[in-house]
Design a protein around this ligand. Structure first.
Ligand SMILES: Nc1ncnc2c1ncn2[C@@H]1O[C@H](COP(=O)(O)OP(=O)(O)OP(=O)(O)O)[C@@H](O)[C@H]1O
Ligand SMILES: [Mg+2]
Length: 272
């Protein structure tokens, strides 16, 4: 399987960039050549998340303006063979990007790579619409399980639907299984039913996502529940039928909760 996925949300800060980076690492490690295209013009973040912040010379806008070739702007991600980053411009405005040029770049990337994951800017304004208007991306909507984030996701969803057929696939991020179990937090199924979107993934709130950032590494290098959930999502994108754990359906054991406090590095992503 292959595809071009636009990773969007209504509300900002729900985990789009974190999950795009994680999905990219998982897809590449599963054998799919993958490019993360950072479309967050002016507020790029993927270079830092992927350990490439000092290596950006050319960016997406340089490619579009013809100042460099696509291959010159693509950066191989360290320690993840098969994963590349096409960085966003740091000092530009969203209006510098137009849907037609972006479509050309995406088509060109897809001739060489299996997956293109587009890290979208937050909100439903120009930056988001530029990407949505290409009309060639399958949308993935990220939300956290709260009313505000879901309301904003619904707004983004209706704009995406003008451009693409069907409802976007949904990632519910930052779930706390214990709170879901006691009924204090919506379950991923409830969020998916409320938004009427097919569920792609349920990702737990995981302290190791933050602890990885502090260590200047990725949570995908650590043995943690968020990594396992992201790998399951990547396998679904590759067309595998992967069952959902239904976080919160049962109370997590003391052992599971203690295990989340430990930090263990992993050599490969193939062991799920
Ligand atoms: N599952 C998770 N568990 C714990 N922390 C998380 C999780 N997902 C994301 N985060 C944290 O949430 C914060 C926001 O994430 P991120 O920058 O990926 O969001 P975003 O949607 O891309 O934001 P923006 O809309 O500003 O681009 C980061 O500090 C990230 O480490
Ligand atoms: Mg982001």
């Amino acid at each position: 399987m292959s595809g071009t996925f636009l990773i969007a949300s209504g509300k900002g800060g729900v985990g789009k960039s974190t999950l795009a980076a994680g999905l990219g690492a998982a897809l590449a490690s599963l054998g799919s050549s993958t490019v993360i295209l950072d479309a967050d013009i002016g507020l790029r973040g993927q270079d830092a998340l992927l350990g490439l912040e000092n290596q950006v010379v050319y960016d997406l806008l340089d490619v579009i303006s013809g100042d460099c070739e696509l291959e010159q702007a693509l950066l191989p991600v360290p320690r993840v063979s098969g994963l590349w980053l096409l960085p966003a411009a740091q000092f530009a405005r969203a209006r510098a990007l137009d849907a037609k040029s972006l479509r050309r770049v995406i088509r060109s990337l897809r001739t060489e790579h299996d997956f293109v994951l587009i890290d979208c800017p937050a909100g439903i304004e120009r930056g988001f619409r530029n990407v949505a208007n290409t009309g060639i991306c399958e949308p993935i909507l990220v939300t956290s399980p709260d009313d505000i984030s879901m309301r904003d996701a619904e707004r983004a969803c209706s704009i995406l639907q003008e451009k693409t057929e069907g409802r976007p696939r949904l990632i519910v991020n930052r779930l706390n299984a214990d709170l879901v179990h006691t009924g204090e937090m919506y379950s991923a199924e409830t969020v998916a039913q409320t938004l009427d979107c097919p569920l792609l993934a349920e990702i737990p709130e995981d302290p190791l996502v933050y602890r990885a950032l502090l260590r200047h590494t990725s949570f995908m290098q650590l043995d943690c529940p968020a990594r396992q959930a992201v790998i399951r999502a990547a396998r679904r994108l590759r067309g595998e039928d992967v069952p959902f754990p239904h976080l919160g359906a049962a109370r997590s054991s003391l052992w599971q909760r203690l295990r989340q406090l430990r930090v263990r590095e992993v050599p490969s992503l193939h062991d799920l």
